[in-house]
Design a binder for this molecule. Structure first.
Ligand code: HEM
Length: 377
């Protein structure tokens, strides 16, 4: 029930032990006025510091004001604890230049090279109306009402400056970001997050945080966020044999251990051959294709969530993984890994990539005088 500090060197919600619930939102900026946008980021930072501490979004509060005015908090989190709420902001490529190449807010020369539009991957069936966005906010909490309340109040504060482009609820974490957490399971029933970058890892900074000299300076201490909404065709999966499922992933479904035996956290033995002379972890197994040894050591801090958005009218659950990954440079991390998976992963038969997002998440808000994106504007 406790609070996660909002202020710090890095934004909360990245290495913070993954909470159980997500409400992710992407906004379009609808004002042309740079000052109004900066003022909103200031107001958001104040509201975010308050809400993550378990307070109302505004000082007057949901029920403290005069009867004639709308309250400065919507009220549905009254009486609820902070629930480890974190709010993490990111800036999309379109904030720097619009689709026609126009410099919208005088930011074009501050756009990071690493924030280059993602290539189109084989098999992508992206829906533009639920992809991209000028700004994003990731709200994670252990109570869904707390996460939704936070996004709703940021959207309310943004009226006239931003409009909600798309948003996504997630109900169960599919990753651990700390060695103290048990590994959860995704909707294929497999442990997910075993080999994730964890807060305690010695290569954390190298994999996750933009380092001095990487450029641009305003991103130092920040991280790049990739989101992918991946529909899972679970009805087909559920008719696949256990052995086939394990071969596709490359790990045992029960323990999460690499195929070939051992414990969940044992290193993958990619050289191991079975009695038939074939590799025990197949050439096209998901964990082999995604493994750092295939990508010059590149890893990801995965922080995704399961979703079920009801059903699709054809008798199937509209379910899957809202994939979230943080990294120091998507050009060296997400892009090569996803390219390999898109080409060779046999799991693709059960997956549909329907939304994609890329955002530059700046370093942390230092204190009450600092605000989201101060170094950028
Ligand atoms: C590992 C499932 C999509 C990157 C794993 C594991 C599972 C899994 C069960 C093994 C446990 C673990 O180490 O976490 C899935 C499912 C996906 C999906 C069901 C789609 C719905 C992706 C995507 C990427 C990705 C889109 C990145 C482009 C990785 C990486 C590992 C991994 C880097 C760790 C590999 C290692 O170092 O051993 N995934 N995954 N996965 N996955 Fe995925």
């Amino acid at each position: 029930a406790s609070a996660v500090p909002f202020h710090g060197e890095h934004q909360a919600g990245i290495t913070t032990p993954a909470q159980d619930r997500l409400h992710f939102v992407a906004f379009d900026v609808i004002t042309k006025d740079r000052a109004r946008l900066v003022a909103l980021l200031e107001d958001w930072s104040v509201a975010a510091a308050r809400m993550t501490a378990g307070q109302d979004a505004g000082e007057i509060g949901a029920v403290g004001g005069i009867p004639e005015a709308p309250p400065d908090d919507t009220g549905e989190a009254l009486g609820l604890p902070p629930s480890q709420l974190t709010l993490t902001v990111g800036f999309g490529p379109s904030l720097f230049r619009d689709a026609d190449g126009r410099d919208r807010f005088g930011l074009a020369d501050r756009r990071p090279a690493a924030l280059a539009a993602l290539p189109k991957f084989p098999g992508d069936a992206l829906r533009p109306e639920i992809s991209g966005g000028d700004l994003c906010v990731q709200a994670c909490a252990n109570d869904p009402q707390v996460a939704v309340h936070a996004i709703r109040n940021l959207a309310r504060l943004g009226m006239g400056v931003v409009s909600v482009r798309w948003s996504q609820l997630g109900f169960g974490r599919t990753s651990s970001t700390s060695r103290d957490q048990a590994t959860p399971r995704n909707l294929f029933g497999f442990k997910d997050g075993t080999a994730n970058v964890k807060a305690e890892d010695p290569d954390l900074a190298e994999q996750l945080w933009v380092q001095p000299g990487d450029g641009p300076e305003w991103m130092t201490g920040g991280s790049y966020l990739v989101t992918r909404k991946i529909r899972m065709v679970i009805e087909t999966w559920d008719r696949t044999s256990l052995g086939e499922q394990e071969a596709l992933i490359g790990r045992s479904k029960g323990s999460g251990a690499p195929l070939g035996g051992g414990d969940e956290f044992d290193e993958l033995d990619l050289e191991l051959k079975g009695p038939d002379g074939e590799p025990v972890i197949a050439e096209q197994a998901h964990v082999r294709l995604a493994h750092p040894s295939q990508h010059g050591g590149a890893r990801l801090l995965r922080r995704g969530y399961n979703f079920v958005d009801g059903s699709d009218g054809l008798g199937r659950l509209d379910a899957g993984l809202f994939f979230i990954a943080y990294q120091r440079d998507p050009r060296r991390q997400f892009v090569p890994i996803q390219t390999q998976l898109a080409r060779h992963d046999l799991l693709n038969e059960y997956l549909r990539y329907i939304s994609s997002g890329l955002f530059a998440c700046p370093p942390g808000v230092r204190d009450g005088d600092d605000h989201w994106g101060r170094a950028l504007f």
